[in-house]
Design a protein around this ligand. Sequence first.
Ligand code: ATP
Ligand code: LTN
Length: 334
Amino acid sequence: MIDNKKVLFSGMQATGNLTLGNYLGALKNWVTLADDYLTFYCVVDLHSITVRQDPAELRKRARNLLMLYIAAGIDPQKNCIYYQSHVSGHSELAWMLNCYTYVGELNRMTQFKDKAAKHADNINAGLLTYPVLMAADILLYQADVVPVGIDQKQHLELTRNIAERFNSIYGDVFTVPDIYLGKAGRKIMSLQDPSRKMSKSDENPNASIYLMDDKDTIIRKFKRAVTDSVGEINYTDEQPGIKNLLDIYCSCTGKDTEAAVSEFSGCGYGDFKLAVGEAVASELIPLQQRFEELSKDKAYVDSVIKENAEKASYYAEKTMRKVRKKIGFPERIR
Ligand code: ATP
Ligand code: LTN
């Protein structure tokens, strides 16, 4: 709680092109929640360097991601949209929390195991301690809720454990955060393999809808989506491809599953896929237009970056003063 308002923190990595999974699983929920909380929406660029990045490309992607947050409908006047690397408290707190986290806990993280297998030539210490930086992000702002997709649940549980461990030593320093999982869109699956999540690092471009895909591309990718030979539209684990398309349709239209199933009863897969494609395109095209406008307004985006970094630093520093004192670092002389 800050100033009687609950605090919400979330972030996304500036790596790869955002997919419909990122949008429906995270960004869209962020927009809905923005009014009820004191919010921090961070571009977690420090996390991105756990995998090698080209400097110019990283800078560009980070800015594009920040503009996408705004284009998705998050008002930067009311919500703090900023770069993680602009607030030094993230790194400082991450170092400290490293000393309250066990290597055994980090070794158990499934994301670490997956990424280590994928980047076997660069299993750097940052890849292992990634969740500690994530815990620092969240605890730095005393966040009450963290809206993320279900794949981040394990990291959130670790964050809670670190906070509780720290609090048990030093008293009530950190708010212990709750995960917020949206109703729909918790896990959008790949269009080419519905047993795997849609991921921005998937090598097959047909597996994912990218937020910047044009309408024709969106429709084409849905037409090619892998389904089954049942020939009926049901919401069941036996038909994971169709289930995924129904989830996508419902997330975009706001309809509930039952209504969608009855809407498409007796409908062929071709027509159903087209309807899903149309629903996704109507959701994404306004966002793309706002993104284009923002890309042309450098001064406005720069002012958002500057003001929000200052705002975030103010709140971060409040926590850092407390943490430094509790741990026992010498007071700064001003
Ligand atoms: P990568 O594939 O490079 O690991 P990613 O696509 O999984 O990336 P992240 O940056 O790890 O994306 O995630 C950003 C946010 O989007 C997180 O809150 C995550 O839970 C959510 N998210 C990612 N993919 C999906 C998905 N397929 N369905 C629902 N939510 C998702
Ligand atoms: N690990 C997250 C990104 C992330 C994050 C956070 C999300 C970094 N710090 C803090 C929520 C809160 C992911 O989505 N891959």
